[in-house]
Design a binder for this molecule. Structure first.
Ligand SMILES: [Zn+2]
Length: 334
């Protein structure tokens, strides 16, 4: 299977994040991507397909913010990485977006996703990696892998969050549709609900979003991922949420994945995009499921057996020592 990654994705390395009431070292480290790259032979560097596929999903003001916020933050005398600390409450009258402090809150879902001067470049090449994998599948490959880092599924059209800045799975899905595919399914099997992906395609009937994740009653992103969230308008029924309790191991996870795969089969997609997070691993430091390394191959075989062309986009996974083996196990299933 071809895989894609650009070393410029490593440059984003914030110092710390706000977690459980204090600042702790940033969990989404460059070492994650280095561990995956070391475990996989021959990752290819993606070609540069430009900004248009990114702007087909993301708001122009938000993209401008990602590019310019670090310089504006420094110019305002702020030390450290850009991090929101004041947020406009939802559904109030329009707010003024002048000061960098206001912008940082407006375009942020949380305070766990700081920006550095290198963030935009890393996120840009993460998006280029997923677009390269899409082209491999469009060219006839049965499956292709994008080592997306930073990850993408918590980022919405106009906000960052959950270590995510550009929604790589959504960028690939939109590019596939714009390239002539009629229906695309996204299967999100990261430990966390992909609120950004759900949000982007909430009212769309041409992109099916199915997610298996920790119950938002106990886990980030808390507001979204409940079973009664099914989309609306043309998208009603094109969102499927399968929350599971902490402690979930292979058998229950696999049953949920069978449900998701059956729903995707009924949707009859031209392409399946898998948002793959290995933070479902039993040893993950910030998550609570109990999958083992060999379980990922089992889950991948079930997906491969459906017969769709598959694009795998990397999401989370924070047990760095096991991450390379977990990703290699998943890819082996294809
Ligand atoms: Zn996750």
């Amino acid at each position: 299977m071809r895989g894609f990654f650009d070393p410029r994705q490593l440059a984003h390395a914030p110092a710390s994040e706000l977690h459980n009431g204090g600042f702790v070292p940033y969990a989404e480290t460059p070492a994650r991507a280095e561990a995956v790259a070391a475990a996989l032979a021959d990752l290819e560097r993606p070609a540069d397909r430009g900004e248009a596929p990114i702007l087909a999903v993301h708001d122009t003001g938000y993209v401008e913010f990602l590019k310019t916020a670090p310089a504006r933050w420094a110019a305002a005398g702020r030390p450290g990485d850009v991090i929101g600390y004041i947020w406009p409450i939802a559904a109030r009258r329009p707010v003024r977006l002048e000061r960098i402090d206001a912008l940082a809150g407006r375009y942020s879902l949380d305070a766990s996703t700081p920006l550095t001067a290198e963030t935009w470049g890393a996120a840009y090449w993460s998006a280029q990696s997923v677009l390269a994998a899409l082209d491999a599948v469009r060219g006839g490959d049965r499956a292709a892998f994008a080592l997306c880092r930073p990850p993408g599924h918590h980022a919405g059209r106009d906000y960052l969050g959950g270590y995510c800045h550009l929604n790589t799975a959504a960028i690939a899905a939109q590019a596939a549709i714009d390239g002539g595919m009629r229906r695309v399914a996204i299967l999100d099997i990261d430990y966390h609900h992909g609120n950004g992906t759900q949000d982007i395609f909430w009212s769309r009937g041409d992109v099916f979003y199915a997610s298996i994740h920790a119950d938002p009653a106990t886990d980030y992103p808390f507001y979204w991922g409940h079973a009664d969230e099914i989309g609306e308008g043309a998208g009603e029924g094109a969102t499927l949420n399968l929350p599971l309790p902490q402690g979930t191991a292979l058998d229950a996870f696999r049953r949920a994945q069978h449900k998701a795969l059956a729903a995707i089969a009924a949707f009859a997609p031209d392409l399946a995009i898998v948002s793959f997070g290995a933070d479902t691993y039993v040893g993950d430091p910030i998550s609570g499921f109990a999958l083992r390394t060999e379980d990922y191959e089992t889950l991948a075989r079930d997906i491969a057996a459906c017969g769709w062309p598959v694009l795998i986009a990397m999401e989370g996974g924070y047990a760095v020592d096991a991450l390379g083996a977990n990703v290699a196990s998943f890819l082996a299933g294809f």
